[in-house]
Design a protein around this ligand. Sequence first.
Ligand code: NAP
Length: 338
Amino acid sequence: MTVRVGVIGVGMIGQDHIRRLTQVIAGAQVVAVTDVDSARAEAVARDLPAARVHASGQEVTDDDHVDAVVVTSWGATHEEYVLGAIAAGKPVFCEKPLATASAACSRIMDAEVAGGQRLVQVGFMRRYDATYRALKAVTHDGSIGAPLLVHCAHRNPSVPDFYTADMSINDTAIHEIDLARWLLEEEITAVSVRTPRRNSRAAEGFNDPMMIYLETESDVLVDVEVSVNAAYGYDIRGEVVGETGTVSLADGSGVVVRRDGAYVGRVPADWRERFVRAYDVELQEWVNSVAAGGCTGPSSWDGYAATAVAEACTQALRSGERTPVSLREQPDFYAKTH
Ligand code: NAP
């Protein structure tokens, strides 16, 4: 079966996912697109022979030719479009964040539960990265003992002028928040945020770097360094410290050159380079699950929990206090979705 996909929001990642759906992965066809910028939607559709251009997200979700929906619009619009897809009974892949507030994520869960079937997958693509999958496998195979600590670093070379300290949490650290839950298979119960000396490359008043501390149900402590003005490249690090050993992501990818008394490897330029395969695998698995009539991958509960933890982090950033995370009761519907 070819899954006929409608895409809502054809900006940077929307166009990248369309390239993936049409040129990289199997079993999908893009049959509809929309964007608030209709000229952009028309331009993107010109390269997609089967695609109609719609005037709104609702028209995409309601289109009878659309089997499944990809939401890649601006975060604040996600709730409306995901609810629209659920109302139409169609599977929906929504880029992170599922919604910008935990209350909105909760409304999505309520609608999905009321409809009686899982339809939503959230774009937490690091779960599909081969190195993170290997990290998780070792964490749980008993070879390093019970996990005690997780060290993470998320370094971006630079960010646009509009970027804020809240976005360092909601937009950047949200990946580590999801990863910590997925990797350890437990929820985060409390958070703290510390801000050291400011990088002089950061805008005035912008706390960069910041250190985020996540405490889990079994008292594993996860520290996340977020640096969004790191200059030298896009550098993602992760290490789990267990009772008898450690496991960490290997440095970089590709080759190391030894020359002139030095050895040199490549630091990826950005997230597209570092995680290119993870996005491919993520969308292929989504298309496969839709074709099989189901929905797997990060769920609405995962999207909700990550947003709730991010909300607690922004509160902790302002107050300087350790802040508990309060989650609603998990509907049975989402049990064992890690
Ligand atoms: P972007 O380039 O600004 O794209 C967003 C697109 O959606 C733009 O074309 C925007 O149009 C359009 N849009 C905005 N409001 C809309 C509406 N009401 N209806 C339909 N289209 C609308 O942003 P992006 O970088 O692609 O990010 C999109 C989403 O993907 C964000 O939620 C972001 O967090 C997420 N993302 C995830 C990852 C990841 O690693 N998983 C990486 C990058 C982005 P205008 O430009 O005219 O506003």
